[in-house]
Design a protein around this ligand. Structure first.
Ligand SMILES: Nc1ncnc2c1ncn2[C@@H]1O[C@H](COP(=O)(O)OP(=O)(O)OP(=O)(O)O)[C@@H](O)[C@H]1O
Ligand SMILES: [Mg+2]
Length: 232
């Protein structure tokens, strides 16, 4: 689905990503795992066309997207759930979802009802303003908005950051359901405690470079990874 080859990215003179090679296979959950400041968000932003200064190639289903504008990449079927969530605080939950749906060029199964079926909590909150939601509810809304665009690939930046265990569990189940209906997922996380339950394949990023990669089973067997990223 998504193939990244030799991606380098820069913020001014600072070299943030070094020769990143990464693939997100169709109908799989791929995780990009790394601690603070290692380059996870920058990688997702590069895919979404939000970093101007980069080299290397990014293809989606064989078509090059690395020279495209963010709105064109979205039209190609990529949805982005940023870590700051990007929801509209003054619109209601329902308006937030409907707006994402109207703005998308792709039509498909993910209408309002489908989003509410995945996250019943959002239906209960449909008349609440986006800005009044809890952290977990905002996360659900942000994912719901991304789905309403009917993407092929969804990029989710740190879905579990700062959330209570019960909500983390709800999100894990939701992500598995999203995968089961045929949407490819690329997500990031700070450690592999959550990822190991849901991802098929993982990449470990350190200081802008991929240090390890493998299936979750393989990754869990690497002593260095266990020491650094499987912390409790
Ligand atoms: N707008 C920016 N301008 C300059 N440097 C930046 C900018 N955004 C990120 N960086 C730097 O690029 C590197 C990678 O940052 P990035 O945000 O991709 O990391 P991350 O893995 O997403 O971290 P976090 O877990 O904190 O979200 C860091 O050294 C960071 O300081
Ligand atoms: Mg980040």
């Amino acid at each position: 689905m998504l193939k990244i080859k030799d991606l380098n990215a820069y913020y001014g003179k600072s070299h943030a990503l070094w020769d990143i090679n990464l693939e997100a296979k169709e109908n799989q959950i791929t995780a990009l795992v790394g601690r603070n400041g290692m380059g996870k968000t920058t990688t997702l932003k590069c895919i979404m066309g939000l970093i101007g200064n980069k080299t290397g190639s990014i293809t989606l289903k064989g078509e090059s997207i690395d020279k495209k504008q963010p709105y064109e990449i979205a039209k190609f079927g990529v949805s982005y759930v940023p870590d700051n969530l990007g929801i509209f605080p003054t619109l209601t939950v329902e308006e937030n979802i409907l707006l994402a749906s109207h703005l998308s060029k792709q039509k498909g199964a993910w209408d309002l009802e489908a989003v509410y079926a995945l996250f019943p909590k959002l239906e209960q909150l449909k008349n609440s303003k986006g800005g009044h939601l809890s952290g977990g509810e905002k996360k659900m809304l942000s994912i719901g908005r991304a789905l309403a665009a009917n993407p092929k690939l969804i990029l989710i930046d740190e879905p579990t950051e700062g959330l209570a265990p019960l909500i983390v569990q709800t999100l894990a189940e939701a992500l598995k359901k999203i995968k089961d209906v045929g949407i490819t997922i690329l997500m990031t996380d700070q450690n592999i405690n959550f990822v190991k339950h849901i991802a098929d394949y993982a990449y470990i990023i350190e200081e802008g470079r991929i240090k390890h990669k493998g299936t979750i089973e393989e990754i869990k067997k690497s002593p260095e990874v266990v020491l650094k990223y499987l912390s409790v």
